[in-house]
Design a protein around this ligand. Structure first.
Ligand SMILES: NC(=O)c1ccc[n+]([C@@H]2O[C@H](COP(=O)([O-])OP(=O)(O)OC[C@H]3O[C@@H](n4cnc5c(N)ncnc54)[C@H](O)[C@@H]3O)[C@@H](O)[C@H]2O)c1
Ligand SMILES: N[C@H](CO)Cc1c[nH]c[nH+]1
Ligand SMILES: [Zn+2]
Length: 426
């Protein structure tokens, strides 16, 4: 892991460090473009061919039905079942609390405006399953979709080599009442949900994280289908002062590094000692990880920055806009107002990011690649549209009428003016 001293960094170097651009981005775009076109043209046949090419499996059919899911789910070990149940309850509790009814507002006497929420009717959820199958993502996406009241929930996840899915994902489906999992991964899953095929229904909005193929595909289908946000390779930025515990910081950095070799794990610290000890700890802890090769590549692409004070650390973090921000300091309270750009924040030395990945209740589907500057993570709101309503009484029409007539005249739109005038005269 490279170490930089903040005072030596030029503005352009900071921009480079905060950019997540990867050399082969163009190549990925070309591949994804051709996958999208093939699915659009050939439908199910393209999906079956891609399963053979990318997932190395000959699928008899493109989905598992409720009976098949129930049978696979029955093999789940009891401790995993209990853990999924607990995580689900916390996620449900947190997301249910996000449901709010807005007040009706009288902007002028007799002019009443308000908003009402309606669920997006058809949504598509992508559950990653390339290097690791993520049942936790199933909970994170389906729970708010169900609370919102979405009536068609299409779920796609890559098939295992036996053409099925694992017992954890199947158990989540049973728990959530989802009756089908489409065995489709990568950009082709996004294409199937965006365009529809003979078997896969077309949806109005696609949700979910994934690798660069998935994220690029989501970005490319946006003229057909809405998406939650670009939620690509995982990343974490840890701000650590002298109160941080290097072994904890190293564990948190490695937790995101093991997601993929293109993940980023950034350390920003006011203490040289903490940086050196954390790097030593990373070397100790990485050796026992089953995914050490993946984690090592991610760590090699990551870096540490030595800063003079916590204010500078906050400024760097806001420029980087991390998916996850860990405040590894006892002094986090005063820093909270300085956090401007981050997907999800973990406060203090006892709050590991994996708590949010699985079970605290917050959503782990979060913006990456700096998109935390403009996007929120998935929440109940993401599955809802807010429709505005207004009603004018006679007094309301009299009160607002002259204003509308004058503005319509200023814009040269006579018919707009007439729609008021005809009512005022009646
Ligand atoms: N930002 C978030 O909220 C968040 C949450 C969870 C996971 N993640 C990220 O999701 C990602 C999951 O990635 P993954 O790969 O394990 O699973 P994935 O399900 O995203 O991707 C697997 C699919 O990628 C496709 N693919 C693989 N190689 C390909 C190639 N050469 N050409 C075309 N398609 C190809 C295949 O179709 C395969 O089924 C990780 O990067 C992880 O960090 C992000
Ligand atoms: N850290 C991931 C989001 O970037 C979410 C996740 C799922 N499982 C483990 N982690
Ligand atoms: Zn994670």
């Amino acid at each position: 892991m490279k170490i930089y001293n903040y005072t030596d960094l030029s503005k352009s170097k900071i921009e480079e460090l905060c950019s997540r651009q990867i050399e082969d981005d163009k190549l990925i775009e070309e591949r994804v473009f051709s996958i999208l076109n093939l699915v659009k043209k050939e439908g199910d046949q393209a999906l079956l061919n891609f399963a053979k090419t990318f997932d190395k499996v000959d699928l008899g059919k493109l989905f598992l039905d409720a009976a098949e899911l129930k049978e696979i789910a029955s093999t789940i070990p009891p401790d995993a079942k209990n853990a999924i149940d607990t995580a689900y309850q916390n996620i449900k509790t947190f997301h249910e609390a996000q449901s709010k009814t807005e007040e009706k507002i009288e902007t002028m006497p007799g002019v009443v405006c308000w908003r009402e929420a309606r669920a997006i009717e058809k949504v598509g959820l992508y559950i990653p399953g390339g290097t690791a199958v993520l049942p936790s993502t199933f909970l994170m996406l389906a729970t708010p979709a169900i609370i919102a009241g979405c009536n068609e929930i299409v779920v796609c996840s890559p098939p295992q080599s036996d053409g099925k899915t694992n017992c954890f994902l199947a158990y989540c489906a049973v728990l959530l009442g989802i009756e089908k999992i489409y065995l489709i991964g990568g950009a082709q899953a996004v294409a199937a949900m965006a365009f529809g095929t003979e078997t896969v229904p077309k949806v109005y909005k696609i949700f979910g994280p994934g690798n660069r193929y998935v994220t690029t595909a989501k970005t490319m289908v946006q003229n057909t289908t809405a998406i939650d946000m670009p939620a690509g390779p995982s990343e974490v930025l840890v701000i650590a002062d002298e109160t941080a515990i290097p072994s904890f910081v190293a564990a948190d950095l490695l937790a995101q590094a093991e997601h993929g070799s293109d993940s980023q794990a950034i350390l920003v610290s006011t203490s040289n000692k903490i940086i050196t000890e954390t790097i030593k700890e990373i070397e100790n802890q990485i050796s026992i990880l089953p995914r050490k090769d993946i984690a090592a590549k991610a760590i090699a692409n990551s870096y540490a920055v030595l800063v003079n004070d916590l204010n500078t650390a906050m400024a760097f973090s806001n420029e980087y806009a991390p998916e996850h921000l860990i405040m590894a300091t006892d002094h986090y309270q005063n820093l909270i107002p300085l956090i401007i750009n981050a997907g999800s924040v973990f406060l203090g030395n006892l709050t590991p990011e994996s708590a949010g990945d699985y079970a605290s209740g917050t959503n782990h589907t979060l913006p990456t690649s700096g998109f935390a500057k403009a996007y929120s993570g998935v929440s109940l709101d993401a599955f809802i549209k807010k429709i505005t309503f207004q009603h004018l009484s006679t007094a309301g029409l009299n009160n607002i009428g002259p204003t509308v007539e004058t503005l319509a005249t200023a814009e040269g739109l006579q018919a707009h003016k007439n729609a008021i005038t005809i009512r005022l005269k009646s």
